[in-house]
Design a protein around this ligand. Structure first.
Ligand code: SF4
Length: 256
């Protein structure tokens, strides 16, 4: 069943501070902003952005940090939104520093589409800043759907990788965009050429309007996965999964 809020992000969770979301024990997502550089037609959060609280004050950030400290299983923080890189370098650094200083935190992810939607935002200064304040814990997570986007992101990714920030990509399988075996293989090759590690290809989330417009049938998705697996090494082969409400993990297509 499709919905505007399949993961219940707009429901109030009294135990969670405003702007913090948690679906899995080891991870939290921080809504740093509700702004993006672009309005992606396939956005699964289009009904959430602007309605869900964001961490827009020092007090809210302190509440998020306090929550993480009280939940020692959390080891991975996603700085998301919206796009965290719509914020100033100083604000990005403030978010990163707040979490990397916690011993329990091993990974802080910068979740951004900037390498595609605003590559100039990934300045050499920003990359060096993330290296300096990140204590070796910062990763960049980019959302890239086509080989053309991967090529567009190449220089921005290089600036990050050259500063020791690993860059990985997640992709959404979209009807009419990347849902042929050749297009997907071409994307994976372009990502690895750009030193961007592909790690997930998602089935479209069950969001109202999106599945109807962009959804790819499961059998077709499995064929695309098999085609790629026979033609590219494991380093550039992502996991093809579905993110299902209520599931305890991202679900591999083989289990569907
Ligand atoms: S960048 Fe991400 S959050 Fe922003 S509109 Fe695109 S898909 Fe949605």
């Amino acid at each position: 069943m499709n919905s505007r809020d399949p993961f219940g992000e707009l429901s109030s969770h009294r135990a969670l501070p405003p702007g913090l979301k948690q679906r899995f024990p080891d991870r939290v997502l921080v809504m740093t902003t509700d702004r993006c550089f672009c309005a992606c037609p396939h956005c699964t959060r289009k009904f959430i952005l602007g309605k869900s609280p964001v961490v827009d004050s020092s007090a809210r950030l302190a509440a998020c940090v306090d929550y993480v400290k009280r939940h020692p299983k959390v080891r991975d923080v996603l700085l998301s939104g919206g796009d965290v890189l719509t914020l100033s370098d100083a604000k990005v650094a403030k978010f990163v520093e707040a979490f990397v200083k916690l011993d329990q935190i091993e990974v802080v992810r910068i979740c951004t589409r900037a390498p595609v939607s605003n590559p100039a935002r990934i300045t050499a200064h920003l990359a060096r800043l993330l290296r300096r304040v990140g204590r070796g814990k910062v990763w960049a997570n980019v959302h890239i759907n086509t080989a053309e986007e991967a090529r567009l992101a190449r220089e921005a990714a290089a600036r990050l990788v050259d500063c020791g920030i690993p860059v990985s990509s997640q992709t959404v399988l979209l009807r009419g965009v990347n849902d042929t075996p050749r297009k997907m293989l071409s994307l994976l090759r372009a990502l690895s050429a750009a030193r961007i590690r592909p790690y997930y290809v998602f089935q479209c989330d069950p969001v109202e309007g999106l599945v109807e417009r962009f959804g790819v049938p499961l059998a077709r998705a499995k064929k695309i996965e098999a085609y790629c697996a026979e033609r590219i090494g494991g380093l550039a082969l992502p996991r093809f999964v579905a993110d299902l409400p209520g599931a305890r993990r991202k679900t591999p297509l083989d289990l569907l």
